[in-house]
Write a protein that binds this ligand. Structure first.
Ligand code: FES
Length: 106
């Protein structure tokens, strides 16, 4: 079976502010987009794995992590893992940047 890869343009790179979160909807997926201070862009499912399901794009970004706005769980932007002592993981999405366009790869 051949897997189809879809690149969806979601933003202009130069418009993204560092350490700000953006909420993007692709079909039924809500994705949080973050540009880190080193210029890298990360995309994660826009829900904390905590039962309260906080919106991660409203969280605080510090270094390689986003802190959930509700209960402050610390979640890795790179792999979506919740840091100890809490547990869980959110889905991450591959990001590509070409000619100032940010793409989510699905
Ligand atoms: S909703 Fe509880 S840590 Fe995010």
């Amino acid at each position: 079976m051949i897997e189809t890869i879809t690149r969806i343009p979601v933003a202009n790179y130069s418009n993204l502010k560092e350490r700000a979160g953006y909420s993007i909807k692709i079909a039924d997926k809500e994705i949080a987009l973050f540009k880190q201070s080193n210029g890298k862009v990360y995309a994660l499912e826009n829900r904390s794995p905590h039962p309260k399901g906080g919106v991660l794009s409203e969280g605080l970004v510090s270094g390689l992590y986003v802190y959930c706005p509700l209960y402050d769980w610390k979640i890795s932007l790179a792999d979506g893992k919740v840091q100890a002592p809490d547990q869980g993981q959110v889905q991450t999405f591959q990001v590509e940047i070409k000619d100032d366009i940010v793409f989510i790869v699905l």
